[in-house]
Design a protein around this ligand. Sequence first.
Ligand code: COA
Length: 169
Amino acid sequence: MVRLDNIIQALSMKCPLNRCRFTDLCLRISERCLNVISFRDVYTSKDAAEILYELLAERTPEQNISHKRMPSFKEHLDFLARRPYQNWYLIDDADGVTVGSIYLTFEREIGLFLFQSAQRKGYGSIALAKMKELHPGPLFANISPRNKVSQLFFLNHGFELIQHTFRLG
Ligand SMILES: CC(C)(COP(=O)(O)OP(=O)(O)OC[C@H]1O[C@@H](n2cnc3c(N)ncnc32)[C@H](O)[C@@H]1OP(=O)(O)O)[C@@H](O)C(=O)NCCC(=O)NCCS
């Protein structure tokens, strides 16, 4: 089967995002493109805790803003039970395999984390577009200064740098 993301790649164009070079074509396929993935509510999905714990374990030091140690599974469950984010989804691919997670805080900060095996395949771009569609309004992303890949990702998707945050202690 020819996958939509392969076709997009072949045309060397991007999904329904700001810097699309083939706007008309892109708009026509954007709806289908967004359907390449689906969102599943973390708070009501039984397998969410295990999947998110695996995802957390994959985080590299440069992806963390605060130098936090890996929490125990119990601490992780307590965190989930507090419903820390306004919206929190698992991102499933077309085969129903979870490729990552995306959340929106009450301050409209976005957090997007994909399994390493799912990165650089367009899922991040599509998930961001889907999130914008589901929750219209301004979005913010707090990225560690060491996380150059993510900085590039958000800059390439229309975000602009608005502040540097410093911490003491
Ligand atoms: C950042 C992240 C969400 C991007 O998602 P992705 O699906 O890998 O990205 P896409 O395939 O949609 O790539 C789109 C753009 O992202 C940037 N990008 C992604 N991976 C990159 C890499 N390894 N090196 C350089 N740029 C990269 C590029 O701008 C790329 O555009 P290009 O292909 O024209 O160069 C994903 O890499 C990830 O989960 N990283 C770890 C978690 C993290 O750091 N999250 C940020 C905190 S919110």
